[in-house]
Write a protein that binds this ligand. Structure first.
Ligand code: HEM
Ligand SMILES: [Cu+2]
Length: 528
């Protein structure tokens, strides 16, 4: 049993410099966490500005141009600076080596470099705040992004490019780590499911990110040098931009959610005290989601003028994504069935994930259906769909994982009631914010507008109230975690009775993770 004064990764070296030069994957994970929380706070402030402008019809306190900029910053920050690095770089960095019984990742220096790339990219993007900003929307569609008078565009696009490097390096590092550094006896089919989630994600990071990287560079070249690839005035093709962009940005939605699904598998198994149902099915489903995710990008372009046959095919293939997702949801439910369930905060967030993500996935089917998407495209229905999947998928799962592993990360336990209240605010606030948006979208409210017809006012007002509640919930969550870190009760090495390797070392773990060489014989969720 550990004692918090024993030497561990947090107290083995002191001072800011020791953090900025650390090669310890756990410390790098903590640095990612702190930076991403700061970015997310910024993104949240932008979102509240949007919601309060939309509280009532007409202009309130933002002009249309300011609204467009706020909307662009909200989307770009949340996508490129929060959700993409989110789970892999924070929880993945901290937990991956621990879960496979390794001392660190395969390339610790590269790991630190990834963090610096994210910081550099974020900095470049934020320089744009001191220019006239950017108003293209997070999708940077050409030719508008080429001709837009807002000079911040180049900075944000370049920043996103540099942040992409961070993502690629993390993916490479994780794949090498998983292949090379597993404990003796840990075959691929004995890896924890969170590791499988990270593996599938890493494939997407490596294959898809270079495509968007080159696309963003071309966009910058087009804006600065007028090379004529996407701008029809120069002989370019704007639809080509959309193909390139979605070839990355569809897989990226699975990049955000696959590691989250991995977290859910861990949490559901531990808090129902059962071996996960259908381990292999979940593994294959993860890889299948990553694979099929590469074949469906055209569902973002049904109304772009692509050929009818392309539309029909993309619509058809998109439906297949639902199958592996449904397999997973079925397996989690079956694991819970007749389990000895403990309703602690991590499980509450995991159940929140199941509820919210299921709605997000199912509404995806309405959008994937060629004929119904003609109506829903570019309305609030889409906004609501992707918030249900991304907040339901990535954010709920991140919170489940943070509460689950917090005792391991800092050696201390959070306050249970406070965690549960945080969950209640996030869950209720989230649904109050986004459910009305499905109705708004179906009624024809277009997305990305700063004003609307009076008949939409009530639902917009409800949505704004919800956004306030969800943000209060986020504050409660982070205050709960922070207070635990500062002076929570000492948690012990394995407070949940977890079966995977990270629970076999002390909390917080020592610098080299384990004091002995790890060896496994059974499956990751076998209970004695
Ligand atoms: C992993 C979970 C998912 C995430 C994170 C996600 C995310 C997103 C995002 C961010 C957008 C909007 C992009 C934009 O225009 O700004 C979107 C649109 C779309 N999603 Fe999803 N999605 C998920 C699951 C699904 C599923 C399972 C389906 C279908 C079975 C689906 C079908 C669609 C379609 C067709 C659109 C385009 C709608 C339109 O623009 O008209 N999504 N999704
Ligand atoms: Cu998509």
């Amino acid at each position: 049993m550990s004692n918090l004064t024993d030497k561990n990764y947090l107290n083995c070296e002191k001072g800011l410099w020791s953090w900025l030069t650390t090669l310890d994957h756990k410390r790098i994970g903590v640095m990612y966490l702190i930076s991403i929380v700061i970015f997310a706070t910024l993104g949240a402030v932008f979102s509240l500005l949007l919601r309060y402008e939309l509280f009532s019809a007409g202009k309130d306190f933002l002009t249309a141009l300011q609204y467009n900029k706020v909307m662009t910053y909200h989307g770009a920050i949340m996508t490129f600076m929060v959700l993409v690095p989110g789970i892999p770089a924070v929880l993945g960095n901290i937990l991956l080596p621990l879960q496979i019984g390794a001392k660190d990742v395969a390339f610790p220096r590269l790991n630190l470099l990834s963090w610096y790339c994210l910081m550099a990219g974020a900095l470049i993007a934020m320089i744009s705040l001191f220019t006239t900003g950017v108003d293209t929307g997070w999708t940077f569609y050409a030719p508008y992004s080429i001709g837009s008078a807002q000079s911040g565009t180049v900075f944000v696009v370049l920043g996103a490019f540099v942040m992409g490097l961070a993502s690629i390096l993390t993916g490479l590092n994780f794949i090498a780590t998983i292949h090379q550094l597993r404990a003796k006896g840990m075959t691929f089919m004995k890896m924890p499911l969170f590791v499988w989630g990270l593996y599938a994600t890493s494939i997407i990071q490596i294959v898809a990110t270079p495509v968007v990287g080159i696309t963003l560079l071309l966009l910058v070249a087009e804006r600065l040098l007028g090379v004529g690839i996407f701008d029809p005035k120069l002989g370019g093709d704007p639809i080509l931009f959309q193909h390139f962009f979605w070839f990355y940005s569809h897989p990226v939605v699975y990049l955000m959610v696959l590691p989250g699904m991995g977290v859910i598998s861990e949490v559901v198994s531990t808090f129902s005290k059962k071996v996960i149902f259908g381990y292999k099915a979940i593994v294959y489903a993860s890889v299948a989601i990553a694979g099929v995710g590469f074949l469906v990008w055209g569902h973002h372009m049904f109304v772009s003028g692509q050929s009818d046959w392309a539309g029909v095919l993309f619509s058809f293939i998109t439906m297949f994504v639902g199958i592996p997702t449904a397999v997973k949801i079925f397996n989690w439910m079956t694991t819970l069935y007749k389990g000895s369930i403990e309703f602690r905060t991590p499980l509450l967030f995991a159940l929140g994930f199941l509820f919210v993500f299921a709605i997000g996935g199912l509404t995806g089917l309405f959008l994937a259906t060629l004929s119904t998407d003609m109506h829903f495209h570019d309305t609030y229905f889409v906004v609501s769909h992707f918030h249900y999947t991304m907040v339901g998928g990535a954010v709920m799962a991140t919170f489940a994982g943070l509460f689950y592993w917090w005792p391991k990360i800092c050696g201390r336990m959070y306050h249970e009631l406070s965690g549960q209240i945080g969950f209640a605010f996030v869950f209720i606030g989230f649904n109050v914010t986004f459910f009305p948006q499905f109705i708004l979208g179906a009624m024809g409210m277009p997305r990305r507008y700063f004003d609307y017809l009076p008949e939409f006012e009530h639902l917009h007002a409800v949505s704004t109230v919800g956004s306030t509640i969800v943000n209060i919930g986020m504050v409660i969550v982070f205050v709960t975690l922070y207070r635990a870190w500062k002076n929570g009760e000492v948690a012990g090495d394995n407070p949940w009775g977890g079966t995977t390797l990270e629970w076999q070392t002390t909390s917080p773990p020592p610098h080299e993770n384990f004091t002995k060489e790890m060896e496994v014989s059974g499956g990751p969720y076998d209970r004695p």
